[in-house]
Design a protein around this ligand. Structure first.
Ligand SMILES: NC(=O)c1ccc[n+]([C@@H]2O[C@H](COP(=O)([O-])OP(=O)(O)OC[C@H]3O[C@@H](n4cnc5c(N)ncnc54)[C@H](OP(=O)(O)O)[C@@H]3O)[C@@H](O)[C@H]2O)c1
Length: 367
């Protein structure tokens, strides 16, 4: 189904917000029943029955003491996470408003509670970047199976329920890790190919299995995008960035993969809704694929001249030495996204750009 284009305008009248200097200048809305501020009459309060003062810090990004006109408000779940932060940055760059939602603010596993907040803030679109990934890596998901199932398989269905109650579309950050290898006959997996690295094929990590279940849960969701991210990288050096991991791991496994530049991914997620492309699953990786050795080659030509990389002999040695659960290494086909007009730049270009604009972690920390 193709979503309709209907811009929503809301005006938050002057005088509805209170500058809370103790909280770093965050503006809080006036509310007649606010215990901290006391009764304040005359203000325009949208949906007063759901506004509670203790849940307002999350809307600081669009609060202002002055009149604010909001064309579009995106509620973002998991905004504090690695992927959520990148999406939040992209929403700002696009000049749109974001309401970052965290579990501390609303129990977003509860559809009624989430629906109430979404209705209250007047969200036009919801993005789910929340989920359970395991620390320091997916091996941890084998030990935290309940969290993993709740975050990746149950939560997407709960959010879909909440969005249906309010009648708003939404997008879910899924993963390409539901596949392994290449499509039979060669090339990348298409969106309609059934996952071959899942509980149903009985060969997967618990993490990949939970992500595949999440996609199954959403198979019939009507106003929903599922965006498949895969091995995120960017120009920002850091523990979660694939280009940094490759430089920091003592030994590497040489495998072919499709990858996603995090900023390109976030842009494509936003574009899918802004351009009202049809709902459904999209492989959002940079077109093409690349091996670990090829990535190392690009790194040693740019940010780490002369660096030598050490490799495992094969996957068996990698599994024996460095991992406790199988990893997904796979190639995805991106034709659907390209044809819909939300395609990303080719993989070599995206990696070269990230390395050209590389910001070392020490420099990032100083900012
Ligand atoms: N990073 C990757 O390599 C990668 C690759 C492909 C797909 N993905 C998917 O992208 C999504 C976000 O991943 P990420 O790397 O940004 O993860 P992250 O840094 O761990 O952030 C995930 C966020 O999810 C929320 N959350 C909800 N339930 C949770 C739970 N039970 N345990 C921990 N956090 C929970 C937390 O936000 P609040 O506490 O603020 O609510 C947290 O900040 C996940 O669905 C993941 O499967 C990630």
């Amino acid at each position: 189904m193709r979503p309709s284009l209907s811009p929503v305008f809301r005006v938050l009248a002057a005088g509805n917000y209170h500058s809370d200097n103790e909280n770093g200048g965050i503006f809080r809305p006036f509310h007649p029943s606010c215990p901290q501020l006391g009764p304040v009459g005359g203000g325009f309060v949208p949906s007063p029955e759901v506004w509670r003062c203790d849940c307002f810090t999350f809307i600081q990004s669009f609060c202002s003491p002055n009149c604010v006109e909001i064309e579009t408000l995106i509620a973002l779940l998991g905004a504090s996470g690695f992927v959520g932060s990148a999406i939040r940055r992209e929403i700002h760059l696009a000049g749109l408003e974001v309401a970052p939602l965290s579990r501390r603010i609303v129990d977003y596993y509860n559809p009624a509670a989430l629906a109430e907040v979404l209705r209250g803030i007047g969200a036009d679109f919801v993005i789910n970047a929340a989920g359970y990934t395991g620390r320091p890596n997916v091996d941890a998901c084998e030990l935290r199976k309940t969290d993993c199932l709740l975050g990746n398989a149950v939560l997407p269905g709960r959010i879909n329920d909440a969005c249906q109650r309010v009648g708003i579309p939404w997008g879910h950050v899924s993963s390409g890790c539901v596949y392994t290898g290449e499509r039979p006959g060669g090339g990348g997996f298409r969106e309609y190919d059934p996952p071959n690295f899942s509980f149903r094929t009985n060969n997967c990590s618990f993490y990949s299995g939970s992500k595949a279940l999440g996609e199954e849960v959403l198979a019939d969701a009507e106003e929903c995008y599922q965006w498949r991210l895969r091995i995120p990288f960017s120009e920002h050096d850091g523990a979660r960035n694939y280009l940094s991991k490759v430089q920091r791991y003592p030994r590497l496994l040489d495998v072919r993969n499709s990858l996603s530049h995090l900023g390109d991914f976030a842009k494509a997620c936003l574009a899918s809704w802004l351009k009202r492309v049809p709902y459904g699953v999209y492989n959002l990786t940079n077109p093409g694929s690349i091996t670990t050795r090829e990535v190392c080659e690009l790194i040693s030509q740019t940010v780490a001249p002369g660096k030598e990389f050490d490799f495992f002999a094969d996957e068996a040695e990698f599994m024996a030495v460095a991992a406790s659960t199988p990893r997904s290494n796979c190639v995805l086909d991106t034709t659907k996204a390209t044809q819909a007009g939300i395609g990303m730049p080719p993989i070599e270009d995206a990696i070269e750009r990230a390395l050209r604009n590389w910001i070392p972690e020490a420099a990032l920390a100083a900012v």
